[in-house]
Design a protein around this ligand. Structure first.
Ligand SMILES: Cc1cc2nc3c(=O)[nH]c(=O)nc-3n(C[C@H](O)[C@H](O)[C@H](O)COP(=O)(O)OP(=O)(O)OC[C@H]3O[C@@H](n4cnc5c(N)ncnc54)[C@H](O)[C@@H]3O)c2cc1C
Length: 375
């Protein structure tokens, strides 16, 4: 574990209490209803968690913001992964503005985020383009001082609840560009809201853009820089997904250890059986290894060092670990692990997504392989 600053310790203590008192108790009912929980959103705004990645002059976290964001995500995910995802999508959606936007764009949009408390959405994926980002078909056609956007974006986290979107569109045959687009612009409509296996408290929606006029001033970076910006975003978001996975795994292990102390089979507590201890030992070891990778990847991003390889390693290792650990913890609970009255069943369903989004784990291995072959 890396050193925590005094400010981080205070924030995490405060957040730990909110997670115990509010987030954890709401996790099961939010999962069951599949409804977006605005009360949790409001609590997170109050704690400053949804503006953490903004520049400090717009109320962002001043020192090591990515590391701090990841520690908060981990803390929340121990109790509710859907709630932790709120922090990730807020950071992912605002990344193009923060890291590639002009000063005048930041001056206009950062206060909308921090003061007006608008949620962010990130519209990249399309029906025919997930892993293969360059295959997107959404177009942005220049028209006077505007661009006219047309396309269909799917799987957008916060899609129907966000106030501002970062949208990736084609501005030329092989040219991708990012635009910042307010949700209330004419021509934007919401399609299907996905009914998911896990992360049921997270909003996942289709967003349709039909002749949406966006001023040229909303182009983020230069024309054609969209792909580069999207790849840079991953360097920040993948440590964050690693933190989400780590929190999920820790939450599952903590619950299971307690359960295994209480449950008796063959005349002794479950935890006294060596076969069970082996599963707990593997989980505990994977968690420590996950923490090291996640924190290194996050701190490397904060320090401005190229972290692409570390970010991919952290993302796939931590999410594969979370999937293995939650599966094993279901096993330790036996039949009860498969029943909705116990949180392990939800954690097991939630863990699967961490292996898929922000670049599926096959893609992470491809990136690492490519980076290794360069050296
Ligand atoms: C709940 C949820 C929330 C999401 N939120 C967002 C969001 O906010 N914004 C957004 O833009 N997107 C979002 N996504 C989309 C997500 O990032 C994509 O689902 C993901 O990138 C994978 O794309 P795909 O589903 O199209 O799978 P595909 O690209 O069709 O891939 C299918 C499988 O094939 C593998 N594969 C693909 N290409 C190769 C290859 N060359 N070699 C080996 N294996 C390969 C993949 O690893 C994957 O396992 C979300 C998805 C979900 C499910």
């Amino acid at each position: 574990m890396f050193e925590r600053s005094e400010a981080q310790k205070i924030l995490l203590t405060h957040l730990g209490r909110v997670v115990r008192e509010k987030v954890g108790p709401a996790a099961a009912s939010t999962d069951q209803s599949g409804e977006f929980n605005w009360e949790i959103v409001s609590l997170f705004w109050d704690l400053g968690l949804l503006k953490m990645m903004l520049p400090p002059k717009y109320d962002g976290w001043p020192e090591n913001p990515t590391h701090t964001l990841c520690l908060c995500i981990e803390e929340i995910a121990k109790a509710c992964a859907s709630s932790a995802l709120l922090l990730i999508i807020q950071a992912v959606g605002s990344y193009p503005l923060i890291f590639a936007g002009s000063e005048s764009q930041k001056k206009k949009y950062c206060p909308m985020i921090s003061d007006e408390r608008r949620l962010m959405g990130y519209l990249v994926t399309e029906p025919g383009a997930g892993s293969d980002v360059q295959a997107i078909r959404c177009v942005a056609r220049p028209s006077g001082n505007d661009f006219i956007l047309n396309g269909r974006k799917v799987f957008a986290t916060n899609g129907s609840v966000a106030g501002i979107y970062s949208v990736l569109a084609k501005t030329g045959e092989k040219e991708l560009s990012f635009f910042i687009v307010e949700r209330d612009r004419k021509g934007i409509s919401i399609g299907r809201i996905e009914d998911k296996c896990g992360f049921r408290g997270s909003n996942t929606a289709e967003v349709i853009l039909e002749d949406v006029a966006v001023p040229e001033a909303n182009l983020i970076g230069k024309r054609g820089e969209g792909f580069k910006i999207a790849m840079g975003d991953f360097d920040m978001s993948r440590p964050a997904v690693a933190a989400l996975s780590l929190g999920l795994a820790e939450g599952a292990l903590d619950y299971t250890v307690e359960y295994a102390r209480q449950r008796h089979t063959f005349g002794k507590p479950l935890i006294q059986h060596q076969a069970i201890q082996f599963l707990l030992a593997d989980a505990s070891t994977l968690i420590e290894a996950s923490r090291g990778l996640m924190e290194r990847a996050a701190l490397a991003f904060d320090s401005g060092n190229k972290n692409t390889r570390l970010a991919s390693m952290a993302k796939f290792f931590c999410s594969d670990a979370a999937m293995k650990i939650t599966t094993d913890m279901v096993q330790v609970l036996g039949g009860y692990g498969y029943i909705k009255d116990y949180p392990i069943e939800r954690m097991f369903r939630d863990a699967k997504l961490t292996q898929i989004f922000e670049g599926a784990n096959q893609i992470q291995r491809m990136i690492i392989g490519r980076e290794i072959s360069k050296t």
